[in-house]
Design a protein around this ligand. Structure first.
Ligand code: MD3
Ligand code: FE
Length: 193
């Protein structure tokens, strides 16, 4: 983990870049497969592929649910990938998660990608998250720690298939987002290379 890989001016610039993404591809509320229960986290994407979830299931697709292609991944994020990911190919998906008051994410594995050979790069902006991570089996022991604005984390190798989630977000812990809340960016390689 790189604590504050992005300094404050870089974080401000990233928030601006995400605002531009959201202007093209508005945040939507994903639904749980089958039940249709809404997620508490709101999402959008940039890059050739974006992750969506609805009654039909979880998947990557080239367009927003409204039908428009996802906007490109901002250059600053591609630069961070090149610096940190130790991966010979570019990411082809960037999921943008927004956590407002009370939002959380249950323990899960990321396995919708067609390859697990590339790592996942996760970037934190705004309020702190109480993050939980275990091992490749749901029953493995977990530990929790805080993720802070500007932090960048790489999950590769054995950690790529670790169960993880967000227990809660600490309201008021950052001044980066004027209305509060937390943005998490995950850069991924979905297609095999
Ligand atoms: C560990 N996001 O989008 S970020 C997700 O804070 C997701 O929004 C959380 O889990 C969030 O899938 C956690 C840290 C993270 C992201 C991907 C991982 C940890 C990971 C993939 C494998 C192992
Ligand atoms: Fe995940």
């Amino acid at each position: 983990m790189w604590s504050e890989w992005f300094d404050r001016p870089a974080q401000v610039a990233l928030v601006e870049a995400i605002r531009a993404v959201a202007a093209q591809a508005p945040f939507f509320t994903p639904l749980m497969p089958r039940t249709g229960k809404p997620f508490s986290v709101r999402m959008t994407n940039c890059g050739p592929l974006g992750w969506v979830s609805d009654r039909d299931g979880y998947r990557y697709q080239p367009a927003h649910p409204d039908g428009a292609p996802w906007p490109p991944i901002p250059a600053a994020l591609l630069e961070a990938w090149r610096a940190l990911a130790d991966c010979p190919v570019e990411p082809d998906a960037c999921l943008v998660n927004y956590y407002g008051a009370g939002a959380k994410m249950g323990l899960h594995q990321d396995r919708d990608e067609e390859t697990f050979a590339a790592p996942i790069l996760s970037i934190q902006l705004g309020d702190e998250a109480v993050f939980r991570i275990g091992g490749p089996d749901r029953r493995d022991k977990t530990r929790s720690f805080r993720l802070r604005s500007g932090d960048a984390l790489i999950f590769g190798g054995p950690a790529r298939l670790a169960f993880h989630g967000v227990d809660r977000v600490v309201a008021g812990s950052s001044t980066l987002l004027p209305k509060g809340g937390r943005i998490n960016l995950t850069l991924r390689r979905v297609r095999p290379f």
